[in-house]
Design a protein around this ligand. Structure first.
Ligand code: FDP
Length: 339
């Protein structure tokens, strides 16, 4: 990869994630750097987790499978390690008051400093059923503001997704990529392990208006509503002008399926069904961050009936039906659901 931006274009491709985060603070004379510092901490977690994920297979080969490894340390499952890494690193600089993780029942208090104004929600390792088979997995995060001076409480996390200050994800795929937005542009940074840095590789990601592709677990089809079954039949009907039949892509890791949909377009859906009437995915850790990212990139995210970012959470581990992607693809499914 060439990290030198071409001199004839204003592109910032090649910029490091660290510089991008620092530049976000520039031009804001009253910025104290706490938010910047917090985002840098999350980027550091991405590096630490990617180092561990890249050695996951080797750890097995080398016999790190018991409770204690050869150096006498306790061996944790990868998702637990990612979880601990996030809590440990976020707790270091006293800017994060508390964190809520998909892995834990309730929030963990991290700092009572008066500078600890932020709250972080995260799914430390999404797609856990794909870890053992070497398929892409990821980390998802969102940043909220604690809007009172006291100790963080669970209620502080129960805010609609439209109040997120930043959201992003890391995909541990054929390369590691860090995608982030503060609600305006969405940028993707690719990790160069030889340098140990993320470099801007996907500047200002925009979700295409439409793409003939869909991503859904069709194994659940018998549990779907009639409207969903009709949509599923419609996208498979041959019709050249509208690009049907659509092609199917389903990894089974939300980060991977959403990442492909963000870059290529199309639709991802994990709808409500008879087995999971509230849907399967978590509002705080999965749906909200992705809805924030997709809307910032010109796509959309709905439950089928409502915009995800408008939902008022009632509990930390609330589940929600999630449909996201290109505007026209999502509108097509919405039409069937509203019939
Ligand atoms: P997983 O169960 O492997 O952790 O968040 C849960 C999740 O993966 C998502 O990453 C993924 O999109 C979805 O569940 C897959 O669910 P199904 O196996 O039911 O399709």
């Amino acid at each position: 990869m060439d990290y030198e931006p071409a001199s004839s274009t204003p592109s910032r491709v090649g910029l490091t994630l660290e510089t991008y985060i620092l530049e976000g603070m520039m031009g804001r004379p009253h910025a104290r750097g706490y938010f910047t510092s917090l985002l840098s901490q999350i980027a550091m977690c991405a590096k630490l987790i990617t180092a561990r994920v890249r050695r996951a297979g080797l750890a097995n080969v080398l016999g790190y499978t018991g409770d204690v490894n050869v150096t006498g340390d306790q061996v944790q499952k990868l998702d637990q390690e990612a979880n601990e890494t996030l809590f440990r690193v976020l707790g270091r600089r006293q800017h994060c008051a508390a964190g809520a993780s998909e892995e834990e029942e309730t929030i963990r208090l991290l700092s009572e400093s008066k500078n600890a104004e932020y709250l972080v929600v995260f799914d430390p390792l999404d797609g856990s059923s794909n870890i053992d088979v070497n398929i892409s997995i990821g980390t998802i995060f969102g940043v909220l503001k604690k809007d009172h001076p006291g100790q963080a409480r669970v209620e502080d996390f129960l805010k609609p997704g439209k109040q997120l200050l930043a959201a992003g994800y890391v995909i541990y795929g054929s390369s590691t990529m860090f995608v982030i937005t503060t609600g305006e542009a969405v940028h993707g940074f690719t990790y160069d392990p030889t340098v140990g840095e993320f470099f801007l590789s996907h500047e200002n990601i925009r979700v295409p208006e439409h793409y003939p592709s869909y991503s859904i677990n069709e194994g659940n089809a018998a549990l779907w509503s009639d409207a969903l079954k009709q949509w599923s039949a419609w996208i498979k009907e041959p019709d050249k002008p509208s690009g049907r039949p659509y092609t199917q892509r389903y990894v089974g890791t939300l980060v991977a399926d959403a990442h492909r949909t963000l870059l290529r377009g199309g639709i991802f859906a994990y709808p409500a069904d008879k087995k999971s009437p509230q849907g399967k995915l978590r509002l705080l850790y999965e749906a909200n961050p992705f809805a924030f990212i997709f809307e910032a990139a010109g796509g959309c995210a709905i439950t089928g009936a409502e915009r995800i970012l408008e939902l008022q959470p009632t509990e930390l581990h609330q589940r929600v039906p999630l449909i996201l992607g290109s505007k026209r693809n999502v509108a097509e499914l919405e039409r069937f659901l509203k019939q």
